[in-house]
Design a protein around this ligand. Structure first.
Ligand code: ADP
Ligand code: MG
Ligand code: ZN
Length: 610
């Protein structure tokens, strides 16, 4: 950057002085003509061949009568006149004309004397400047690369973020804090420091963060966790310091840390190549966040798609204690995103973005933006003036079959299985008395799961009853039970459910004394063993015979639950189908419509619970 500009004058100086030196050396000293010895000159003078001798210091230019020109040199301190006199030659009238000229080219002589000194001086000067620049540059690594240097707020608004209504709802509060902090501080409310955005890549985490800054009209300082992982230890930390300094100077403002998991992983004790650099960077982030004064009014938004690997220190209250989930968009969200990106593009009349949305199950916002762009490029290549439905279809295929997106392609059959699976969880949850109410059912995938069903407890509880645990396990079994009842076969889609169910059952048996067979004895302390900051292994403090009993008790709990789930599904087969078919159409169900499908009257059947 700056060093490039700095080398220029230096290069010119070197080239320029090189040229001057070359010219000086090439310049014939004292004029043209071959050089001859002084004795030869004298001989020629004695022979009467010379017409004129020009003297410049010790340099001589000799002109012969025949018009030839020679150069020569004499000894210093001896004059030409003396030399001629010695040989009995009398210069002057009729004799040899002697012209004494002023001492050579004094300017060039001076230049030749002083140029090397000047050059060396300049060289040293520039080298010092440069090495200083180097030092400055090394210092600059510590300066955060956080974009914008300008402190204007981004121009993105919430309207540019389609769908994600829940996330926007939660973030509006942050906008409020930034816009009018007095409103909150007056009441003694602490302004939140950190928000953790969780969502798959391309779901618009960066976009929505910029929109928060845009809505609040505050500057946005963005950086990425991966940028901190540098070569030199300590550099990441100083970058963090610098980033926060700038944010504080421009408060109210937002600091955005993308890919926080790159620095915010569980800190270990250096096993497996513990990364000191990462740890220091993370520590610095924590220090900065803790160091905000109550009204610093800088809010840190961090994004990740791996909340599971984050260091617990990051999610502690006072740090990133607010979590905002950004899900993959459902069919309505996808249509809205398509509309945002189609804005300003000429669409043909046959384009139905609702249909496109229907066909793009599993696409992220970034995928959809890409899709619209592909369709436009495709139309342009065909020299069309409008983007037609055919181009959209073509682009869907292309985005889906692209190398990175294979996993996104969900066949109709798969979608159906997922729909019945999730409907199974929901129906069982709605029918079993001790289960929590169903809040939301979706077949939009999150992580590895095809879809998910969210139950919402009516109250926070610290105490759980045995029947609540049993109900919970039964609901977990509902998904696979539905698959079995409807399709006569089960899929791998239930592995998470089974894992969770087994964990709950194990706790019931080994920690809470909820098994009649084993009685009220705790076989594992619920403290676990904190090892390197994580619960890695637990020692076994009972005999193998007990271990066998534990396993058989866990098995019993699971089998009973599974049986109950299957019975429930079978008894509510109509409800299950209605729910699943509706899910296939609108993908996400919640609120009154969901409640109606789950517990409302079935059309045709008069009373609900027949
Ligand atoms: P992430 O940070 O979650 O990986 P980005 O915010 O970088 O995702 O999103 C990438 C691009 O995808 C955005 O620039 C935008 O064009 C598009 N996009 C993603 N989500 C949405 C959305 N909800 N509405 C409109 N465009 C979106
Ligand atoms: Mg991003
Ligand atoms: Zn499930």
């Amino acid at each position: 950057m700056k060093s490039g500009k700095r080398t220029n004058p230096m290069t010119w100086l070197i080239i320029g002085s090189g040229v001057i030196l070359l010219l000086l050396f090439l310049m014939p000293r004292g004029g043209a003509g071959p050089e001859i010895e002084i004795s030869q000159v004298m001989q020629m003078a004695q022979s009467g061949l010379l017409e004129k001798i020009e003297v410049k210091g010790d340099d001589l230019i000799v002109f012969t009568i025949s018009g030839e020109v020679f150069t020569s040199r004499k000894e210093a301190g001896v004059s030409v006149l003396e030399l001629l006199n010695e040989r009995g030659l009398d210069p002057g009238l009729g004799g040899i004309q002697v012209d004494v000229k002023s001492q050579g080219n004094s300017f060039f002589a001076l230049l030749i004397t002083f140029l090397p000194i000047v050059l060396i001086g300049a060289l040293i000067f520039f080298m010092m400047r440069r090495s200083q620049g180097g030092i400055n540059q090394a210092m600059n690594i510590g300066k955060s690369k956080a974009r914008p240097v300008a402190t204007d707020a981004p121009s993105v608004r919430f309207d540019d973020v389609a769908g994600s209504d829940e996330a926007k709802q939660e973030l509006i509060e942050i906008v409020d804090f930034l816009k009018s902090p007095e409103k909150f501080t007056r009441l003694g409310a602490k302004i939140p420091k950190g928000v953790l955005l969780i969502g798959a890549p391309g779901t618009g985490k960066t976009l929505i963060s910029r929109a928060v800054a845009g809505e609040a009209g505050v500057p946005f300082f963005a950086t990425s966790g991966s940028e901190f992982v540098e070569m030199f230890v300590g550099v990441g930390a100083s970058r963090v310091r610098d980033l926060f300094d700038r944010a504080k100077r421009n408060a109210p403002s937002i600091v955005f840390i993308d890919e926080i998991d790159a620095v915010g992983r569980h800190r270990g004790a250096g096993i497996g190549g513990g990364n000191d650099e990462r740890e220091q960077t993370l520590n610095q982030i924590l220090v900065e966040m803790d160091g905000f004064e109550a009204n610093a009014n800088v809010i840190v938004i961090a994004a990740t798609n791996r909340p599971d690997v984050l260091d617990p220190a990051l999610t502690r209250p006072g740090r990133f204690d607010r979590r905002v989930m950004i899900d993959l968009p459902d069919i309505k969200g996808r249509q809205a995103i398509l509309e945002v990106h189609a804005k300003g593009k000429p669409l043909a009349n046959d384009v139905d973005l609702h249909t496109v949305a229907k066909e793009t199950h599993g696409f992220t916002g970034a995928d959809l933006a890409n899709l619209v762009n592909e369709a436009a490029i495709f139309s342009a290549r065909l020299s069309k003036t409008e983007i037609g439905m055919a181009e959209f279809e073509e682009s869907i295929d292309r985005v889906m079959s692209g190398p990175a997106r294979k996993s996104r392609k969900v066949s109709d059959r798969e979608k159906q299985v997922v729909a019945y699976h999730e409907a199974g969880h929901a129906v069982v949850a709605a029918q079993i008395p001790d289960a929590d109410p169903v809040h939301k059912v979706t077949i939009v995938s999150r992580g590895m799961a095809g879809g998910h069903t969210r139950l919402l407890p009516e109250e926070d509880r610290n105490l759980w009853t045995k029947s609540q645990f049993e109900a919970m396990i039964t609901v977990m079994m509902g998904g696979q039970a539905a698959e079995e009842v409807v399709f006569g076969d089960v899929t791998t889609g239930a592995s998470d459910d089974l894992q969770n169910a087994t964990n709950v059952a194990r706790k019931m048996v080994t920690e809470y004394g909820m098994s009649a067979e084993l009685g009220p004895q705790a076989f594992e302390s619920n403290q676990g063993q904190a090892f390197l900051g994580r619960y890695i292994s637990r020692g076994q403090n009972y005999s193998d015979a007990i271990a066998q009993k534990i396993d058989s008790e866990i098995g019993k709990i699971l089998i009973v639950a599974r049986k109950k789930a299957k019975e429930t599904v079978e008894a509510n087969r109509d409800r299950l189908s209605r729910l699943a078919e509706r899910l296939l159409i609108i993908e996400t169900l919640q609120g009154p419509e969901l409640q109606d499908l789950l517990v409302g009257n079935l059309p045709g059947n008069a009373p609900a619970e027949a």
